[in-house]
Design a protein around this ligand. Structure first.
Ligand code: CS2
Ligand code: MG
Length: 414
């Protein structure tokens, strides 16, 4: 490599991108965005990784991965792994461009017509939710994540603030309030009440099944907020509504608790959007405690690492369910789609459309049609970086909210 640039832009939300360039002028991109901690990973890359890349062989993807992972001594962690992911993704982009092939061809070729995508349907109440579901179905979605407001709580993370919100797409496919971060010098504070949530969630899914029938795959995200026994109860209570998955029921540090959840429910479980290595999944795979892997390319150490995780998962009939909110940049999403189109154990891909301003910077080639995402057939990842458009959007601090219990203001799990 002759150059490695760390690019930070904020077309509505912050993104960190690595651009590598070879001596013959081939350019590759990698996503290193860590929502709410963007400058930490930009500094890790700029201070500690970029100097090691100049002069390295751009073809040596595996060796570079091992060099940055084993060589750092301080292994794992979201910042380190996002930095490695960006290098790895950019090197795959370069290799595919040099081969003149879309990246998925280097990963084994096409295994399916497209990657089944799920969108985010939400509403403050059930009528708003139904509007949002209808709007998504009209746009072609064939699987939907369902989140709603909870009676007694002013706002709930993952729910669009208003069906007519001017933010994002507008109408009843509006982005939710924090999208998923909010530009401000400090996190917003939200109230949380687990008992109210546990009472309300089954009613929502009952209403959705009554209105929309048994076919539509429905997903739900509990955002790490439950204890093991609460999670077990939610899984059991949702069984009649046949969820595609229930996501992040408990905090991610203590994965052993999923044994307790699994003992009690046949609702499929998904976890891993905040994991960063294959080791986080070991017990979960070997004991078959989960059904879907949520890691994105961006936070799991790149295409090389996520491919390895998914191969390991396949031994246990566990499938991919890659994280795809707007804080995964178009570069990270493109990487997921090339992997998703190729691997045998693809499950589903989260898809929360980026803003028009974001797409102007990255110019992604991927397309959504009839519920499926396709990465495009040009050489490489199929993304670009428009420096002029990017510079018009300087970095702006933004944070995810925090939760405090409505009962007494204690800080609660996220
Ligand atoms: C969510 C994300 O998409 C999801 O499943 O959990 O919105 C998540 O909260 C953000 O990506 C956090 O950065
Ligand atoms: Mg999630």
């Amino acid at each position: 490599m002759v150059s490695a640039e760390v690019l930070v832009t904020s077309p509505g939300r912050n993104f960190v991108t690595l651009r590598l360039r070879t001596e013959d002028g081939v350019v590759g991109f990698g996503d290193a965005t860590v929502n709410g901690r963007e400058l930490a990973v930009a500094s890790y890359l700029g201070d500690h990784v970029v100097p090691l890349l100049i002069g390295r062989d751009a073809h040596a993807i595996e060796d570079t991965w091992q060099y940055l992972y084993r060589g750092a001594y301080w292994r794992r962690g979201p910042i380190t792994m996002a930095a490695i992911a960006a290098v790895d993704t950019a090197l795959w982009d370069i290799k595919a461009k040099l081969a003149g092939l879309p990246l998925y061809q280097l990963l084994g070729g096409r295994s399916r017509r497209g990657c089944l995508a799920y969108g985010h349907a939400s509403g403050r109440d059930i009528p708003e939710l139904f509007d949002s579901i209808r709007a998504h179905l009209d746009q072609g979605y064939r699987a939907l994540r369902i989140q709603t407001g909870i009676p007694g709580l002013d706002s709930v993370y993952g729910v669009a603030a208003s069906a007519n919100s001017a933010v994002g797409n507008g109408g009843s496919t509006a982005r939710y309030d924090h999208e998923p971060a909010r530009r401000s010098p400090a996190p917003a504070e939200e109230e949380w009440d687990t008992r109210a949530y546990l009472r309300h969630a089954p009613r929502v899914f009952e209403a959705v099944r009554n209105e929309f029938g048994p076919e539509l795959p429905l997903l739900h995200d509990a955002h790490h907020r439950l204890t093991p026994i609460q999670a077990a109860r939610l899984g059991k209570d949702l069984e009649p509504y046949d969820l595609f998955w229930l996501e992040d029921v408990t905090p991610a540090e203590n994965t052993a608790v999923l044994r307790r959840v699994r003992e009690h429910t046949t609702t499929p479980l998904a976890i891993g959007e905040v994991f960063n290595t294959i080791w986080d999944y070991r017990a979960l795979f070997e004991e078959q405690l989960i059904d879907y892997v949520r890691s994105p390319v961006t936070h799991a150490g790149g295409i090389t690492a996520l491919r390895r995780i998914l191969d390991y998962a396949s031994v246990y009939q566990i499938k991919s369910g890659v994280h795809g909110p707007t804080d995964i940049s178009p570069v990270g999403l493109a990487a997921a789609l090339h992997l998703g189109i190729a691997v045998a154990n693809f499950g589903i891909q989260e898809y929360m459309k980026h803003s028009a301003a974001t797409d102007q910077v990255f110019r992604p080639a991927y397309r959504f049609s009839e519920g499926l995402l396709n990465p495009g057939d040009g050489p490489g990842l199929g993304v670009d970086y428009d420096d002029e458009a990017a510079t018009a959007h300087p970095y702006t601090p933004a944070y995810l909210p925090v939760n405090r219990l409505k009962l007494d203001g204690s800080l609660h799990d996220w």
